[in-house]
Ligand binder design. Structure first.
Ligand code: CP
Length: 347
């Protein structure tokens, strides 16, 4: 299985950013220091981009690079925000948004497909239904003479590290004036078993001091034991419960998710009662004035549109943050972040 690839030297290093090339594959590769660097850089890029001379400067940074966006699963936000981030930094982009439009339909293996992409592009940004596939691609590229960085934009029901980055950035910004992310109660709600965003974010939050995570889900959709084991190893406190109402008043952030029924074998999640795992106007008096209501989106009925204009509903801002943090990540991947930091200091 793909997990055998974990034994390979590329993945033994632990710090993918020190690799040649640097990859973004799993949430566990990030350190708190790296998260803070990326968040600060995202804000700088956003501010620089506001002025025409700044936007023109940013566009020069990676204008000699091309990115391949290979999305073998549907996406709106992740695809568009990576594409927009590339445009901000001057990268040209190419894409395959459906495996049916590539030569995979003629029987070409995914590995050969990726190798083909790497002949034309300087970076692969990829989403794939197979968990761990991005790691496998990085391993495979390490054994070619066309080794280029891989950014995992969602793999199976397993990992979505760049989503977790934008979630961290949103939490950092939301709690800027109330002591930061340390010590906060973060409540995850919905399909936590198959929600790859929750799995990646839970691990990144374990890098923060005294955070407490609440996993609120119907029993069949509860968070996986592998994530709880990681939290135990990191010494992060958590509660596993089905009682959303009792967590609302203590939540500093409520992270809603939809039922991921695309992973159902035979529509089994349609029989689960999820009515108690939604939020709407009737709950707004119970939660704190400073609570950040988040969602990776797309949503269904778990967040009522009635609360979209409540200042605590940050999910649209969260989505926009994705473009800036992904620009920061791409720039860092190519080692050009110092130029932005110098430009900003003289801005
Ligand atoms: N959050 C997220 O991954 O959204 P998309 O599926 O629209 O990319």
């Amino acid at each position: 299985s793909w997990r055998d690839f974990k034994a390979l030297p590329l993945l033994e290093k632990g710090d993918y950013f020190q690799g040649t090339p640097p990859h973004t594959l799993i949430a566990q590769q990030f350190t708190r220091e790296k998260l803070q660097e990326l968040c600060a850089l995202a804000t700088r890029i956003k501010r620089i981009n506001k002025r025409r001379d700044g936007a023109n400067f940013l566009k020069t940074l990676l204008c000699d690079k091309r990115a391949m966006l290979y999305f073998a699963q549907p996406s709106s936000r992740t695809y568009l925000s990576h594409n927009a981030a590339c445009q901000i930094l001057g990268l040209d982009t190419m894409d395959v948004r459906d495996s049916k439009t590539s030569s995979e339909v003629k029987g070409e293996s995914p590995e050969d497909t990726i190798r083909t992409f790497s002949s034309y592009a300087d970076m692969i940004i990829m989403r794939h239904p197979v968990g761990g596939f991005a790691e496998r691609v990085a391993w495979m590229l390490a054994h070619t003479n066309r080794e280029i960085p891989v950014l995992n934009a969602g793999s199976g029901a397993d990992q979505h590290p760049t989503q977790a980055l934008l979630d961290i950035y949103t939490l950092e910004r939301s709690f800027e004036k109330i002591g930061g992310v340390d010590g906060k109660n973060i409540v995850f709600v919905g399909d936590l078993m198959r929600g790859r965003t929750v799995r990646s974010l839970a691990w990144m939050l374990s890098l923060y001091k005294d955070v407490k995570l609440y996993f609120v889900a119907p029993e069949p959709l509860q968070i996986g034991q592998d994530i709880l084991d990681l939290l135990d190893a990191a010494g992060t406190k958590y509660v596993v419960t089905q009682d959303f109402a009792s967590t609302m008043p203590i939540a500093d952030a409520i992270y809603m998710t939809r039922i991921q029924d695309e992973w159902d074998a035979e529509g089994e999640s349609s029989t689960i009662d999820t009515s108690a795992f939604s939020i709407g106007a009737e709950h707004m008096d119970i939660i704190k004035d400073t609570t950040a209501i988040m969602h990776p989106l797309p949503r269904r009925k778990e967040i009522s549109t009635d609360i979209d204009n409540d200042p605590r509903a940050v999910y649209w801002r969260q989505m926009r943050n994705g473009m800036w943090i992904r620009a920061a990540l791409i720039l860092t991947t190519f080692g050009r972040q110092d130029e932005v930091n110098q430009y900003y200091d003289n801005y």
